[in-house]
Design a protein around this ligand. Structure first.
Ligand code: HAS
Length: 571
C-alpha cells in the first residue's frame, strides 16, 4: 500500500493547481489505522448479510406453504433474524464504516482520541449485537426488527440494542469531531462535501434515535424486567416511529453520498452542483424526523389533524429525493454528451456499463424510481388504508432499502474494501460483481413485484402461512407466494456471489491500489452559500418542526391513557 499523502503534504509539493488535484485523486488513501477500523465494520456487515440472507431464503420458502422449518425453529424467530441482521446490523455497520473512511479520506486522518472513540463505539456495538443475537437465537426475542409492544423480548435483547445505539452515537461523535477540527483549521472555507454529508447523517441519527432510546429505557426495559406490569402501547409505537422513519433516511443518505460524490467520478464526470447536494441533505435533516406518524395512519388514538400534518411534511421529504434524481440525470447526461452521445437518449449508451462500481449502484437508482413511487402511495392518506399491513409494504421496502440502498453499498464495497486492504478489484471479480447485481435485479423484480401484487389483493405481511393457508383468499395469493420463493432464491444466489467477491477483496485479490473516487463539482455550479453549513440555523428549524409535529399527539396519548390521566407516566 502506498503511504497516504495528507492535504498538507500535497500543498508542500508546490505543484501547479491542476497537477495537485491529479496527485490527490490518484494517491490519497484512507489512513492505515482508520482503514483498519473501517474494515472491522465491513467484516460484521457482510457476515450479517450472509446469515440474514439465509434467514430470508427460509422465510420465502415458509411463506410459499411448501416448506416447514425444522428443529422447532419458529417463523417469527427467522423473521426477526432476517429483519434485525439485514435492516439494523448490515446497514448500521456499513454506514459507520463507510462514513468513517469517507471523513478520514476527505477531512484527513482521525486523531488518536477520535480513533479511540471510534473503536470504543465499535466494540460496544459488537457486544450489543452479540447479546441481542443470542436472545433471538434462543427464541427469547422473536419480536421482529420493529420490536413493537405488546410483543415482549428478554431484557438482554433490549439492552443489547441500546448498546448498539450508544456505540453508534460514540462513533458518530468521533466523525463530527474530525469535521469540526477541519473547519477550525480551514476557517471560512467550504468543507469537503462527503465529510459534511456524514455529519448531517450523524446529526439526524442522534436526533431520531432519542425516540427509540426513550422507548427502550422508560418502557420496554422496565416492562421486560417485570418492574411494571403494563406499558402504553400507542406511546411506544409513536416513539418508535419518531425514530423509525428517520432510520430509513439514515440508511438512504450514505447511498446518496455515493450517488452524489462517488458515481460522478467513477464515470469520469463532475458533480452537478455542490450547493444542491448540501441543500438536499439539509432538507433531509429537517424533514426526516417529524413524519413518523405516516406509519400509524390507521391507528386510533392519534387525532386526524396531526396525521394530516405529518402527511404534508412527508410530501416535503420527497423533495430532496426529486432533487437528487434531477442531479443524477444531469450528471449522467452531461458526461454522456461529453463522450459524444447525440440525440435525446444517445448519452445513455456512453455510460460505463461494464464497471461494477457504476452498474451495481445504477441498478439501485433505477429500483428507487418505483420504490419511491410506492412510498408516495403509502404516504397518501386514503391509499394507505388499502396497503397498510399488507405485503405491499414489504415489497416497497425491498425496493428501497433492500435494492436501492444495499446495491449502492455493495457497489461501493467493491472499491472501498480493496482500497482499505491495499488490493485491486480484478476484471474477473468485476464481472462476478456485475453478475451479482443483475441477478439481484431479476430476483428482486420477481419477488418484490409479487409482493406488491399480492398486497393489492390483501395478502397480509408478517403472517405465518398456517394462520391463513387453506382459506379462500390464500388460494388467490399462493401463485404470488411461489413467485416470491423463486425471486428469493435468485437473490440468495446473488448474495453468495457478493460474499465470494468480498472474501476475494479482503484476502485474495492481488496487491495494488484501488481509488477512493471523489468527484469535483462542475465549473458552472457557482459558490456554495455559507448558510448551508450553518448548523445552528437548521437546528432551530428542526427542533421547531419536531415540537409542532409531536408535542400535541404525545400529550394527547399520555393524557388519554388510563395511567396518564393519573399523572405523567410511560405505562
Ligand atoms: Fe418507505 C413504509 C413512505 C422512502 C423504507 N418504508 C416503509 C417501511 C420501510 C420503508 C422499511 O407513508 C416499512 C416499515 C415497517 O416495517 O412497517 N417511504 C415513504 C415515502 C418515501 C419512502 C414517502 N422508505 C423509503 C426509503 C426507505 C423506506 C428511502 C428505505 C431506505 N414508507 C412510507 C410509508 C410507509 C412506509 C407511508 C408506511 C406504510 C404502512 O402503512 O405501513 C420517499 O422518501 C420516497 C421518495 C423517493 C422518490 C424517488 C426518487 C428517485 C431517485 C432515483 C433516480 C434514478 C436515477 C437513475 C437517476 C421520489 C432519486 C437513472 C435512471 C434511468 C432510467 C436513466
Amino acid at each position: 500500500m502506498t503511504t497516504a499523502i495528507t492535504s498538507k503534504e500535497v500543498k508542500q509539493t508546490n505543484l501547479p493547481k491542476e497537477k495537485t488535484s491529479i496527485l490527490k485523486d490518484k494517491f490519497i488513501q484512507v489512513d492505515r489505522k482508520d482503514a483498519k477500523l473501517a474494515l472491522a465494520h465491513m467484516y460484521v456487515a457482510f457476515t450479517a448479510l450472509l446469515v440474514g440472507g439465509l434467514a430470508g431464503l427460509l422465510q420465502v420458502f415458509v411463506r410459499s406453504g411448501a416448506f416447514e422449518l425444522p428443529f422447532g425453529i419458529g417463523y417469527y424467530q427467522v423473521l426477526t433474524v432476517h429483519g434485525v441482521l439485514l435492516g439494523l446490523i448490515l446497514t448500521t455497520y456499513f454506514i459507520l464504516g463507510f462514513q468513517l473512511a469517507a471523513v478520514s479520506r476527505t477531512a484527513g486522518p482521525l486523531s488518536n482520541t477520535q480513533r479511540k472513540l471510534g473503536w470504543i463505539g465499535f466494540w460496544l456495538m459488537v457486544v450489543g449485537t452479540i447479546a441481542a443475537a443470542t436472545m433471538v437465537l434462543l427464541n427469547e426475542a422473536s419480536v421482529l426488527y420493529t420490536f413493537y409492544a405488546p410483543l415482549q423480548a428478554h431484557w438482554i435483547f433490549y439492552a443489547g440494542l441500546a448498546l448498539v445505539v450508544v456505540g453508534s452515537w460514540i462513533e458518530g461523535f468521533a466523525q463530527i469531531m474530525r469535521y469540526a477540527q477541519w473547519r477550525k483549521e480551514n476557517k471560512g472555507q467550504t468543507s469537503p462535501l462527503l465529510a459534511f454529508m456524514a455529519v448531517v447523517n450523524n446529526l439526524m441519527w442522534f436526533v431520531a434515535s432519542l425516540g427509540v432510546a426513550v422507548e427502550v429505557l422508560f418502557q420496554l426495559l422496565p416492562w421486560s424486567l417485570g418492574f411494571v406490569e403494563r406499558i402504553d402501547v400507542l406511546l411506544s409505537r409513536t416513539l418508535f416511529w419518531y425514530f423509525g422513519h428517520a432510520l430509513v433516511y439514515f440508511w438512504l443518505l450514505p447511498a446518496y453520498m455515493i450517488w452524489y460524490v462517488v458515481i460522478p467520478k467513477v464515470i469520469s464526470g463532475k458533480l452537478f452542483s455542490d450547493a444542491l447536494a448540501r441543500l438536499s441533505f439539509m432538507l433531509f435533516l429537517l424533514f426526516s424526523v417529524p413524519v413518523g406518524v405516516h406509519h400509524q395512519l390507521t391507528e386510533p388514538g392519534i387525532d386526524g389533524f396531526w396525521k394530516f400534518l405529518q402527511v404534508v411534511l412527508t410530501f416535503f421529504v420527497i423533495v430532496p429525493s426529486l432533487m437528487t434524481a434531477f442531479s443524477m440525470f444531469a450528471t449522467f447526461e452531461l458526461r454522456g454528451r461529453e463522450l459524444g452521445g447525440k440525440g435525446v437518449l444517445g448519452w445513455f449508451r456512453q455510460l460505463p456499463w461494464k464497471d461494477s462500481r457504476f452498474l451495481v449502484p445504477f441498478i439501485g437508482m433505477v429500483a428507487f424510481i418505483p420504490g419511491g413511487a410506492g412510498g408516495i402511495v403509502n404516504a397518501s392518506y386514503q391509499m394507505n388504508q388499502l396497503i397498510h399491513n399488507t405485503i405491499w409494504v414489504t415489497g416497497h421496502f425491498h425496493l428501497t432499502v433492500a435494492t436501492a440502498v444495499v446495491l449502492t453499498y455493495f457497489g461501493a464495497a467493491f472499491w472501498l474494501i480493496p482500497h482499505l486492504t491495499g488490493r485491486k478489484l480484478t476484471s474477473k471479480m468485476n464481472s462476478l460483481a456485475n453478475t451479482s447485481g443483475i441477478l439481484w435485479a431479476v430476483g428482486m423484480f420477481i419477488m418484490s413485484g409479487a409482493m406488491h401484487l399480492a398486497g393489492l389483493l390483501g395478502a397480509p405481511r408478517r403472517s405465518e402461512y398456517s394462520t391463513y393457508g387453506g382459506s379462500e383468499q390464500a388460494a388467490e395469493w399462493i401463485t404470488y407466494q411461489f413467485a416470491q420463493a423463486i425471486g428469493g432464491t435468485i437473490l440468495f444466489i446473488s448474495i453468495l456471489l457478493i460474499i465470494g467477491v468480498v472474501i476475494n477483496l479482503i484476502w485474495f485479490a492481488p496487491k495494488g491500489e484501488e481509488e477512493f473516487p471523489i468527484a469535483e463539482a462542475a465549473a458552472g455550479g457557482g459558490k456554495t452559500p455559507a448558510i448551508l453549513e450553518n448548523f445552528k440555523v437548521w437546528g432551530v428549524i428542526l427542533v421547531a418542526l419536531i415540537l409542532i409535529a409531536y408535542t400535541f399527539p404525545i400529550f394527547d396519548i399520555i393524557s388519554n391513557s388510563p395511567a396518564g390521566s393519573k399523572g405523567f407516566k410511560f405505562w
